[in-house]
Structures are given as structure tokens and as C-alpha cells.
Ligand binder design. Structure first.
Ligand SMILES: C[S@@+](CC[C@H](N)C(=O)[O-])C[C@H]1O[C@@H](n2cnc3c(N)ncnc32)[C@H](O)[C@@H]1O
Length: 218
């Protein structure tokens, strides 16, 4: 199956070897299934809070003939997940959920697994500035980031780690290529959004975000 641009870009960002890769909030599980087709040694975990979603996915995986020693399924709330104890790093992918929920989920995983070596691959829907600020506040560092357009919508893909010292920019840094018309368009969308927010609420956070987006343009 051909992956949508957003999920394919996430797949391309998975480079290092991991003992465990978690397709959290997996729903259809397209990304985890694509990881399984790659030649890697990771155990791939499919996790969603909705039982029937996981039941169907499990049936799909079995009928596809995927090697059963390479995957596990979990009906679980990510807010309460206890990760396997290991000295090796684990990757958690959280994509396709809102920014507020993304922040809650990452915070909970870190709180519930304080000793774990973790990397997160995030692709939130909306509130990107808030997610970035909160991830930096949680002490996570940037591994890589990308901006992609898929079916007319822009997505920021943010790879972060508990062991990486590089600070996470509140508006993105290495993902921007302003020679690209799409990037210019996305930047303008953000500037206009925060201009409206600043006008409506005169919030300090909106003013800071606006100033940071404007600075990218200059
Ligand atoms: C829109 S789907 C995202 C699917 C896929 N990750 C993607 O990016 O295309 C969101 C999924 O998140 C799941 N979800 C929401 N909150 C969750 C939580 N606290 N724990 C686990 N799964 C959750 C929902 O059940 C739903 O299947």
C-alpha cells in the first residue's frame, strides 16, 4: 500500500536502530505496518485506546503473514503506559492527534517512565507552536524536523529525544527552506494566524510566536 506523504515522511525519519518502536494512537496502523516491511530488528508495538480498532488491526496483521515475533498489539491508554525496562532507546510515534493531547501524552509517558531512554516522533494536528514550547520545557532536545504538505495541509514532523542537548525552536529552525513556495505559504499562514490571535486576545504567547515567525521571514 502506498503511504500518504505525511506518513511516508515520518517513515523516512526513522533512521537509528531501536529495540522498541511504538506506533501510538495507531488507528489504521499504516505506519507501523510499513515499519514492519523494513529490514529492521525493532519490535513494533501497535497501541490504541479503542478495542475494536486493535482487534481489526490484529486480524489484518495475521492475515498479511507479518512475522508475529516482530509485532505486538495493545488496547491501552497512552496516558498510563509503562514501557518495557531496557537500557536501549525506544521510539514512540504520536501522529494525527491534536497539539494539546500530544503535550499531555508526551508529559504522561515521561512522568510514568522516568528512567527510560526515549525518542518521540511527533506529527500533531494544530497548535505546533504550543507543542514545541512545551517539549522544550520538558527538557527534550531536537534530533530532526521536517515540514511537508499532504493533500493541501501542512504538517510539522518533529523528532525529539530525552538525550539530545539541542534546544527545540518554538517555530522550527532546520525544517524551513524559504526558497520553496510551500514553505513561504506556511510561514505566511502562521504569521496571519498569530496576527489575528494577538488582535483578539493580546496574549503574551501569541505575541512571542508572532515575533518569532516574523523573524524567520527576515
Ligand atoms: C486520527 S487517529 C491517528 C492515526 C495515525 N496515527 C495517523 O497519524 O494517521 C487518532 C487515534 O488516536 C487514538 N487515541 C486518542 N487518544 C488516545 C490515548 N490516550 N491513548 C491511545 N490512543 C489514543 C484514537 O483512538 C484514534 O484511533
Amino acid at each position: 500500500m502506498k503511504l500518504p506523504i505525511r506518513l511516508n515522511a515520518l517513515l523516512e525519519m526513522i533512521q537509528s536502530p531501536y529495540e522498541h518502536i511504538w506506533d501510538c494512537c495507531c488507528d489504521h496502523g499504516y505506519l507501523g505496518k510499513a515499519i514492519l516491511t523494513r529490514d529492521c530488528s525493532a519490535l513494533v508495538h501497535f497501541l490504541d485506546v479503542v478495542g475494536p480498532i486493535i482487534l481489526k488491526l490484529e486480524q489484518d496483521l495475521i492475515s498479511s503473514g507479518a512475522d508475529a515475533s516482530r509485532w505486538q498489539t495493545h488496547v491501552a491508554d497512552l496516558m498510563h503506559l509503562s514501557l518495557p525496562k531496557t537500557d536501549n532507546k525506544q521510539l514512540l510515534i504520536i501522529a494525527g492527534v491534536g497539539g494539546d493531547l500530544t503535550v499531555e501524552l508526551v508529559s504522561a509517558v515521561l512522568r510514568n517512565n522516568p528512567e527510560a531512554k526515549l525518542e518521540f516522533l511527533l506529527c500533531p494536528v494544530r497548535q505546533l507552536n504550543k507543542v514545541r514550547v512545551e517539549m522544550d520545557y520538558l527538557g527534550l532536545g531536537l534530533v530532526a524536523e521536517r515540514l511537508v504538505k499532504d493533500a493541501g495541509r501542512y504538517y510539522e514532523l518533529i523528532h525529539i529525544s530525552t538525550s539530545e542537548p539541542k534546544r527545540i525552536s518554538p517555530v522550527g529552525e532546520q525544517m524551513w527552506d524559504l526558497a520553496e513556495a510551500d514553505h513561504q505559504e506556511y510561514l505566511l499562514q502562521n504569521i496571519q494566524h498569530y496576527q489575528r490571535m494577538k488582535g483578539q486576545q493580546s496574549s503574551v504567547a501569541a505575541s512571542a510566536a508572532l515575533a518569532a515567525y516574523v523573524a524567520i521571514k527576515q
